[in-house]
Ligand binder design. Structure first.
Ligand code: MN3
Length: 263
């Protein structure tokens, strides 16, 4: 009887302690979660990186997921090495330099900085835009290609491309035409727009579609550094050959994530 009573009292006290913890600690947890949400300033912007938001500081150069020469069906080893080891590396370095004096911004993700550029101090805004964008775009880009890539799309994206553009060939033509028509440096993308539809868009310089509220599903780099060593001024030929290395499983993954973004 005494044992039973003691158990009851212990249980009763434990319940009270737990209730107190929940009441007082939960708002703290919620507040913490909200303040660590990198995009708290703007509600539910799309995340462009498939697994997690890309760390803005210290930004790190992700390793290429294949050898420099592995994408030979479209891009030569020397271009890949320069593009990754020099160009992408310098975006990473310059982004870190820009954020060095701004501990508050260092806590945000690259995506959050780009989506909310107006909250970035003016003296580093352009640097963050160009180098944060460059880091994000190239991190996505390496994953969109694979030595085993190419061929026709598979899975859900294949169906949605057919529904939206009529056929894969029409989509490819429109994507390449948009890429060819972008004057100067930039990117051509397949995005999911805020209306939840697939759309081909281009961006200038290192801008990313998340800056316009769209989720980048796939994109090709139109900067001369992406193709000039092998293709010289023949951007169209590079755009044609690029399809030989397109990583459709990854694009399917991104498309699936894009449709799960809150809008
Ligand atoms: Mn590039």
């Amino acid at each position: 009887m005494i044992g039973f009573r003691r158990k009851t009292i212990v249980f009763f006290l434990a319940t009270i302690v737990l209730a107190i913890l929940v009441i007082f600690y939960e708002p703290v947890l919620i507040a913490e979660a909200q303040s660590s949400t990198p995009t708290a300033a703007k509600s539910s912007p799309p995340v462009a990186y498939p697994n997690r938001a890309l760390s803005a500081f210290p930004a790190q150069l992700p390793p290429l997921p294949y050898a420099y020469g592995a994408l030979g069906k479209a891009i030569d080893a020397e271009t890949m090495k320069l593009h990754h080891d020099a160009h992408h590396a310098s975006y990473v370095k310059n982004l870190n330099d820009a954020l060095k004096q701004y501990p508050d911004l260092q806590k945000r993700s690259v995506e959050a900085l780009l989506v909310n550029l107006n909250s970035v101090p003016e003296d580093i805004r352009t640097k963050v835009r160009n180098n944060g964008g460059g880091h994000l775009n190239h991190t996505i880009f390496w994953q969109l290609m694979s030595p085993e890539g190419g061929g026709k799309p598979s899975g859900a994206i294949a169906q949605e491309i057919n529904q939206t553009f009529g056929s894969f060939d029409t989509f490819k033509k429109q994507f390449n035409a948009a890429g060819a028509a972008r004057f100067g440096s930039g990117w051509v993308w397949l995005v999911r727009n805020p209306q939840n539809q697939l759309q081909i868009v281009t961006t200038a310089n290192q801008d990313n579609p998340i800056m316009d509220g769209s989720y980048p599903i796939m994109g090709n780099d139109l900067w001369e550094h992406a193709y000039y060593l092998k293709y010289r001024n023949r951007r169209g030929e590079y755009l044609d050959n690029w399809w030989n290395v397109v990583n459709w499983p990854q694009i399917n993954r991104r498309s699936q994530l894009s449709s799960q973004q809150p809008r």
